[in-house]
Design a protein around this ligand. Structure first.
Ligand SMILES: NC(=O)c1ccc[n+]([C@@H]2O[C@H](COP(=O)([O-])OP(=O)(O)OC[C@H]3O[C@@H](n4cnc5c(N)ncnc54)[C@H](OP(=O)(O)O)[C@@H]3O)[C@@H](O)[C@H]2O)c1
Length: 299
């Protein structure tokens, strides 16, 4: 079985590379952006023609949430045209596509202790465990919008797809919130972190294992299992809670202050609530998910 991974030098790409030893029966092909530029259709065709993958994990993405507000064309090109190109070549080669998407397709909000998934319509969540795959997306910024449009491009192009929405990904690889916190703590005595955005951290290696579990379970599954799935670690917290736990497990002493979003303006608006309900992925694929604190501690 051949599994081709795009965006191989990104955080998720590197996390997948770190666990290949657990899957000796899979031939992995890791393509960095210079080897496979997903915005270049003929480049995609050439690479797929060469490797003829059974599965493709599209870990390539434009992920600069704030920068996307000032360069929407670039975000669109990678997150929408790129996703479309990959879906088209997957269709030609009958390759099952695993595409990674984001909690930022939502802009849910807490009002009086109740989570609503749509700021304007104020529709309450169907699930108390978070946003489900059938809750209506409502992106707040360019990044979330392009990721949603990328999902839609895949859905309308190639039925053999899994779109895995995840959130707050961290690891030892590439840039992420955990590494930023540890770097800032080495430079400063105090730090203020937003405490009114609620979500769930996801260890990139746990995400990588979930994707491989989908692949190893999906070779002979009926078509009905394709579609959107949520995956993050279990539990929920604010960015402030996440930072506090990062410092606690790393024995970092720092004066950490909780602040509201209003005190930390950013070019892109972020969801106030983006906890994902993982019932579907657990039920369909039997995936056991670690609590975010346990996974961080283990990491
Ligand atoms: N990080 C998070 O907190 C988070 C949260 C929710 C969802 N996600 C989703 O998870 C997935 C993986 O994210 P990540 O954290 O691994 O992102 P990342 O570290 O930014 O990696 C993205 C990778 O995509 C590559 N890339 C960019 N443009 C490309 C192109 N045109 N063709 C091929 N590759 C290209 C980048 O390569 P270069 O470095 O060479 O440009 C980079 O290696 C993404 O779909 C993201 O939307 C991430």
């Amino acid at each position: 079985m051949v599994v081709l991974v795009t965006g191989a030098n990104g955080q998720l790409g590197q996390a997948i590379q770190s666990i290949v030893g657990n899957y000796p029966s899979i031939d992995f092909v890791f393509c960095s952006s210079s080897e496979l530029n997903i915005t270049d259709k003929s480049n995609c065709e050439t690479v797929f023609e060469k490797y003829k993958p059974n599965f493709c994990i599209n870990a390539a993405a434009y992920t600069a949430v704030d920068k996307a507000e000032s360069e929407p064309e670039k975000a669109f090109s990678i997150n929408v045209t790129g996703a479309q190109n990959i879906a088209e070549v997957c269709k030609i080669h009958d390759t099952i596509l695993l595409h990674v998407s984001t909690d930022f397709v939502f802009d849910a909000k807490f009002v009086d202790g109740i989570a609503y998934y749509d700021r304007e319509l104020r529709l309450p969540l169907k699930s108390e465990k978070g946003l489900t795959e059938t809750d209506v997306p409502f992106p707040a910024g360019v990044y979330g919008l392009t990721k949603l449009q990328g999902e839609q491009a895949i859905e309308s192009t190639w039925e053999k797809h899994f779109i895995v929405r995840t959130s707050w990904v961290y690891s030892q690889f590439a840039n992420n919130f955990m590494k930023t916190m540890l770097r800032l703590a080495s430079e400063r005595d105090s730090l203020s972190v937003v405490a009114d955005q609620i979500g769930t951290p996801t260890n990139a290696v746990d995400l990588a294992e979930a994707l491989l579990k989908i692949i190893t379970s999906s070779q002979n599954e009926p078509i009905e299992v394709y579609g959107i799935y949520n995956f993050s670690n279990e539990g929920q917290c604010s960015w402030y809670d996440f930072a506090a736990e990062i410092f606690r497990v790393n024995n970092v002493s720092i004066n950490l202050q909780p602040i509201p979003t209003s005190a930390y303006p950013t070019p892109a608006k972020r969801p106030a609530y983006s906890v994902l309900d993982k019932s579907k992925i657990k039920k369909v694929f039997g995936i056991e998910i670690k609590n975010w604190e346990d996974s961080l501690k283990k990491f």
